[in-house]
Design a protein. Structure first.
Length: 73
């Protein structure tokens, strides 16, 4: 009978450990998802900034070319 009680204690302890591990895994998964979302947002900001800069330089180059072509006789 004593052996059965020990086994029950082991099973309960194991169950609690598994439950705690599942909670930690869930928490880590949520944190991981937050980090990936942050990385995606940062990448989007960089891409947007790059697009704006690219457009700016295209306009400046076009403007410069027009200025130069106006000066050519």
């Amino acid at each position: 009978m004593e052996k059965l009680l020990e086994n029950d204690d082991l099973i309960s302890g194991g169950y609690l450990e598994i439950k705690e591990l599942k909670e930690k895994i869930t928490w880590l998964s949520e944190e991981n998802a937050k980090l990936y979302t942050q990385l995606d947002n940062d990448a989007l900001k960089r891409a947007t900034n790059t697009d704006v800069l690219q457009k700016f330089f295209q306009v400046m180059i076009a403007y410069s070319c027009n200025e130069i072509s106006d000066e050519i006789p």
